[in-house]
Design a protein around this ligand. Structure first.
Ligand code: ADP
Length: 194
């Protein structure tokens, strides 16, 4: 099972990915988590990414593409993976296509979580409030506004990209977590039978 979860910040990609990991035994590949780990460890990539991420901008395509290319070579990805937060630009999507083609692998489905912007702000504010002062460097009003703008301009075009390839399914991400999860399971089942 190879899936992309697509959606703006706060759409629920991380929550749904973690559930899929538990239920289906696949790995979650979150470029956000990987980059945060690099920042925390102070690696060269982390040093380059730190300020870019805190501002809510995108880390250069070449960096994230290289990270993902390395990661999907690892043994635990053989059973499948959920891409959460990657691809985020058309160039990244093209790089992913090339990577998969080379490995003779295909994506099963691209699932878009659709959420309205007012709800996203409320969700991220809640995440900040619950963080007990340990909020992510980019969970603040200014960086969030930037992340939403970047989503609209750089990532939203991927909806069209995957609609053209016939791999896109859109789900209403405004529903309760369990209802979204049930729809995702249905989509995965249907794509497995296709
Ligand atoms: P969000 O909750 O906003 O979806 P993520 O945890 O996925 O956030 O990512 C946080 C930050 O990490 C992004 O704002 C960006 O700076 C960087 N990042 C994560 N994935 C990518 C990617 N695929 N391409 C470029 N930058 C990325």
């Amino acid at each position: 099972m190879r899936i992309i979860l697509l959606g703006p910040p706060g759409a629920g990609k991380g929550t749904q990915s973690k559930r899929l990991v538990e239920r289906h035994g696949v790995v979650q590949l979150s470029t956000g988590d990987m980059l945060r780990a690099a920042v925390a460890a102070g690696t060269p990539i982390g040093l380059e990414a730190k300020d870019i991420m805190a501002r809510g901008q995108l880390v250069p395509d070449a960096i994230v593409v290289a990270i993902v290319a390395d990661r999907i070579e690892e043994a635990d990805c053989a059973r499948g993976f959920i891409l959460d937060g990657f691809p985020r630009t058309v160039a990244q999507a093209e790089a992913l296509d090339a990577m998969l083609r080379e490995k003779k692998l295909a994506l099963d489905v691209v699932i878009e979580l659709k959420v309205d912007e007012a709800a996203l702000l409320a969700r991220v504010e809640k995440r900040i409030a619950e963080s007990g002062g340990e909020a992510r460097a980019d969970d603040n009003a200014e960086a969030l506004a930037k992340r939403l703008e970047v989503y609209r301009s750089q990532t939203a075009p991927l909806v069209e990209y995957y609609a053209r390839t016939g791999q896109l399914v859109s789900i209403d991400g405004m529903q309760p977590i369990e209802a979204v999860a049930a729809e995702i399971d249905k989509v995965i089942k249907a794509s497995a039978e296709a």
